[in-house]
Design a protein around this ligand. Sequence first.
Ligand code: FAD
Length: 381
Amino acid sequence: MDFSFNEEQQLLQETARRYALTRLAPEMPRWQTESFAPEILKELGDLGVLGMRIPTEYGGSEASYVTMGIAAEELARGDFNVSYFLQLSAISAKLLTNADEQIKQQWLPAIAAGQSTVAFALTEPSVGSDAANLSCTARKDGSDWVINGEKSSITFGGSAQGCVVFCRTGGPGARGISMVFVPLDLPGVSRTKYSSAGGHLSERGSLFFDDVRVPADHQIGEEGTGFIGAMEAFDFNRAIIALAAIGTASQSLDETIEYTKQRETFGKPLATREGVAFQIAEHLALLHATRLLSYEVLARADAGLPHTAEAAMCKWLGPKQSVEAIHACLLLHGWTGYGTDLPFVQRLNDVIGLEIGDGTPEIMKAIIAREAFGRGFNSYK
Ligand SMILES: Cc1cc2nc3c(=O)[nH]c(=O)nc-3n(C[C@H](O)[C@H](O)[C@H](O)COP(=O)(O)OP(=O)(O)OC[C@H]3O[C@@H](n4cnc5c(N)ncnc54)[C@H](O)[C@@H]3O)c2cc1C
């Protein structure tokens, strides 16, 4: 077993961490009230982190999943929410693999360069965990698809230029679902943006499709394969989410270690108290274990090995351990930790969002159990 990163990955780790701490972290408070500055998105494109899963002929670098994990972990030290851009660029790259050539040529280079974002629209007002029961429809009319329905809680719903929409094109259940690519400036598309406790950069919102017409070649892959496409994208992305959560928590722990060395109570630094240092030691150990699991998932994805159960494990553990670690860091900073001048409250609110997004803890455990017990004992049917 080799746990080391190669030279190129180490360089990426250093560069991304430096960029995160010097450029992203100071700007983070701005995005609580403003939309993300296009120049920073472009910088991320120039850094190469938005094209990591995009083929070279479309402007990407086709980096490994492990390499992408390093970028997500390090950038999240500066701002957890920047990882949404990485996640959605990689998910789009994966889903658009089977798209029409013209769509790939138009959209993939723009995603890699930070000029466009493409959303992933599965969830609806009445289905989230049980997304296979979705009801948004795509109906054939001549040589077009006509789409009707509402998608909710969509990352970049408020800002994306394009969207992969999961639609019912056949009978009930997962096999009746297909993927259709929809540019979001078409007639019949409307949207709302949510107010959330965190994750502001992701401009989460609802998308409404009212007789939206796209040519038949905007269908992605075979009819009826949409749900499989969604599940395949989820698997690797669960490890990316875990690593971003771990990056944010690791930064919080680093800051807290420094703070507790300086801050004295009862005449001694906080760091000398076992009640303080052992808390930090426990979080370091739990985060490290989850970090290794996450990189194992990505290494398995790179090697083409099955990783569904492991991906669900790290998607459950990563945000959970992160939330618990950041919460401890907030408390160890006393009253200052609860203020908005320090980043802990915001980091906590940000990571909680991805305890839910991409699958809740209960659904992750249901997947782990399904893989262990067999599909006959499925707990979510
Ligand atoms: C920050 C964020 C970003 C998101 N981004 C996207 C996106 O880009 N695209 C997209 O399509 N969706 C997105 N979502 C939606 C997300 O995928 C859903 O919120 C999630 O799948 C859960 O669905 P739900 O909210 O409808 O909860 P529900 O499915 O209604 O579940 C509610 C609660 O019940 C529990 N539960 C449900 N079923 C069971 C069961 N069988 N056994 C035990 N417990 C159960 C769940 O764990 C949860 O705690 C995002 C959500 C968030 C918060």
